[in-house]
Design a protein around this ligand. Structure first.
Ligand code: F6R
Length: 365
């Protein structure tokens, strides 16, 4: 039921603090340890692996991109991420030393399922991150990590994405601990940051009114870029997908450092650039990228962490997310982008919950 919300998408955006809380509750013990009771993967199994391969489609793939950074950092192993429709046709190098992770909200996406079967044929161990209990992907995996987002009705994925992100963090903590690649202190710090996310999400959701006003002003622009570096680039891809799928605006995401290798040629005074600048180490680099697009008169909407006000003089608008560890910022920074996509589509009179040409579950190849 949509309740007080006009669309399922808006309801599901606002469901996120609760969904995240649920995923945390199900997987964290009182002592702040990630406890995965159903996990059959042992320390000995894990010691055999020499690589992790993450495969998914669309939004779930974007979650996988964040997952790569997290796994590299926590588990210290080579990590590949690919879209399922490419992975399954390129004769990927996968063997019994591979931990294959499939991510899927529905658990029924044809390409993801076939990629999983291919990885299994090649001997990989299969772990999946799935929302729908008992779905085909879940049934065919060696282990399943459920995201506990609850049913997602809107075609555009929101709470499934953030709970997929959270599942990847929890899994990376768990595996990092099994492998002894994460320090006790850092583990505790990450757990404490994750526990604070529901409250911080509530705060980010209060940006709704300001974002709606902005969407009313800018909804008829026909070109929107999303830029960022590091994990912000992965969030940029997701923000761009949200906007294009429900508002039909031609939108494009790119790692900010790549702009000057071609794409910056497209900047025009009517172009909107949504710039994510939440990564402390990359902040100055992002500010220079913002200056580059500003010099071409693009309209810049920035997303930064509270306190980083230096960005305001280079931006037309700035939205702040609460202070947090860089590693967990995707859980917060994607929210303004979801809300922006929603209100732009609403202004344009689009059918938000059922965008044209799209299906909730893509069971064709
Ligand atoms: C975008 C969206 C799609 C799905 C993709 C994979 O908002 O929902 O990109 O993420 O079709 O679907 P699942 O996760 O069900 O495998």
């Amino acid at each position: 039921e949509k309740g007080k919300y006009e669309h399922f998408m808006l309801k599901e955006i606002f469901d996120q603090p609760k969904a995240i809380e649920e995923t945390l509750d199900r997987n964290l013990s009182d002592g702040g340890r990630v406890s995965l009771y159903d996990m059959t993967l042992t320390k000995e199994d894990f010691a055999k692996f020499n690589k992790i391969c993450i495969v998914a489609c669309g939004t779930a793939y974007h979650a996988g991109l964040v997952g790569r950074n997290i796994f590299e950092k926590f588990v210290k192993m080579p990590v590949e991420v690919d879209v399922a429709s490419e992975f399954r046709y390129r004769d990927p190098f996968v063997d019994e030393k591979t931990l294959f992770i499939a991510i899927s909200q529905s658990g029924e996406t044809a390409d993801t399922l076939e990629a999983l079967r291919e990885a299994k044929r090649k001997g990989a161990r299969v772990l999946s991150i799935v929302n729908v209990v008992g779905s085909t992907v879940a049934r065919e995996s060696d282990d399943v990590f459920y995201t506990w987002a609850g049913p997602e009705i809107s075609v555009a994925s929101t709470k499934a994405y953030t709970t997929q992100l959270l599942s990847l963090y929890l899994l990376a903590l768990y595996l990092g601990d099994l492998r002894g690649t994460i320090s006790e202190e850092y583990y505790r710090e990450v757990v404490s940051e994750l526990s604070e996310i529901p409250e911080k999400l509530e705060k980010v959701l209060t940006l709704r009114g300001d974002i709606e006003k902005l969407a009313k002003k800018l909804y008829d622009r026909d070109q929107v870029f999303f830029i960022g570096r590091g994990m912000d680039a992965s969030v940029a891809y997701e923000g761009s997908l949200k906007l294009k799928e429900i508002s039909y605006i031609n939108s494009f995401a790119i790692a900010a450092g790549e702009l000057k290798h071609g794409t910056i040629a497209l900047m025009e005074p009517t172009t909107i650039v949504v710039a994510l600048a939440t990564q402390s180490k990359l902040f100055d680099k992002m500010v220079s990228n913002i200056q580059e697009v500003k010099a071409r008169n693009a309209h810049v909407i920035s997303i930064a962490k509270e306190g980083n006000t230096a960005i305001e003089e280079h931006s037309n608008e700035t939205f702040y997310i609460p202070e947090c560890m860089d590693e967990v910022s995707p859980l917060l920074s994607v929210i303004p982008l979801q809300i922006y996509a929603y209100y732009v589509a609403k202004e344009k009179g689009c059918e938000i919950d059922r965008p044209r040409n799209l299906a909730k579950s893509v069971t064709v190849e």
